[in-house]
Structure formats: structure tokens, C-alpha cells
Design a protein around this ligand. Structure first.
Ligand SMILES: [Zn+2]
Length: 153
């Protein structure tokens, strides 16, 4: 048996562990709230739409395929928000590289999307819905309308 493989770190307590699981889950609350509000305002989009780009495979939380606008709602912990993305003090050997990889993957996705003609909107989970919607709407407004675009009520 290879004992060099590190074990998954033990959570400090059950509450923190549950919190981290919740943070990680897809369809996080801020993401749902943003989708709901965009939908309410008449915007139509795809959720968790997989894009096989030349440089990467990415899955934006919200994708406007005709206008090529990709939206990500980034969790403060997992994506290292400058305001709330403090690194856990325990098990740093585990968390530091993991979180670093997340951020590197984000930047690689941004670059791959940009190279393929997409606009990328990233909002932090701590941002207000109003601010997030405004950022998405601004990106849509400045994006060239695609040929296959449907009327947006
Ligand atoms: Zn934050």
C-alpha cells in the first residue's frame, strides 16, 4: 500500500464540513438567485452548458450562446475572493494547492473563452443580485447579437 498518498483532511468540526460541502454544490443559492432574476427580466440562457473550446472544456453557470456571453458565479471560498477567500489555517498542505488550482483553472477558462470570442462575466457570490444582473446585462448589451439570436422579451 502506498502510504505517501495523503488522506483527505479531517474536518475540524461537522458544521464547518457541512458548510464546505454546501459551498461546493452546484446550483448554489447566489447562482439560482441570479438565474431567477435574469429569467424574470426576460433573459433566456442555458445553464451548465458545456463548451468544448479549442483550449479548454468549460461549463459556465449561465451561457448566452447566441451572444457568446458566459457567466460564472464564483464562490468566495473556492475561488479565493479577495474579501472573503481566506485560506484555511488547518490542512494548508491540502487546501493551498487545491484553491490555487481552482483559480488557475478559472483564468485558463477565461482565456479559452476569450480566444473563442466569448465575453466572460464573473460575479462573486457575495455581490448583490442587482449588481450581478447589471454586469450581465452590460455584457449582453455590448456583445454583438448573433445571427441565430431569438427575440428576448
Ligand atoms: Zn467574497
Amino acid at each position: 500500500m502506498n502510504t505517501a498518498v495523503p488522506e483527505y483532511p479531517q474536518p475540524l468540526n461537522a458544521g464547518r464540513s457541512a458548510n464546505m460541502r454546501a459551498n461546493r454544490r452546484k446550483d448554489t443559492k447566489p447562482e439560482l438567485a441570479l438565474r431567477r432574476e435574469l429569467h424574470r427580466q426576460g433573459y433566456r440562457y442555458r445553464k451548465d452548458y458545456r463548451l468544448d473550446l479549442a483550449d479548454a472544456r468549460v461549463r459556465p453557470d449561465i451561457a448566452f450562446t447566441a451572444r457568446r456571453v458566459a457567466v460564472f458565479v464564483d464562490g468566495c471560498f473556492w475561488h479565493c475572493c479577495p474579501e472573503h477567500g481566506t485560506q484555511p489555517a488547518n490542512n494548508t498542505w491540502y487546501w493551498a494547492p487545491k484553491l490555487k488550482r481552482n483559480v488557475e483553472r478559472d483564468r485558463a477558462a477565461d482565456e479559452a473563452l476569450a480566444a473563442a470570442g466569448w465575453r466572460v462575466v464573473r460575479v462573486w457570490e457575495h455581490e448583490s443580485i442587482e449588481g450581478a444582473v447589471a454586469a450581465v446585462v452590460a455584457a449582453l448589451a455590448s456583445a454583438p447579437s448573433g445571427a441565430g439570436r431569438r427575440a428576448q422579451a
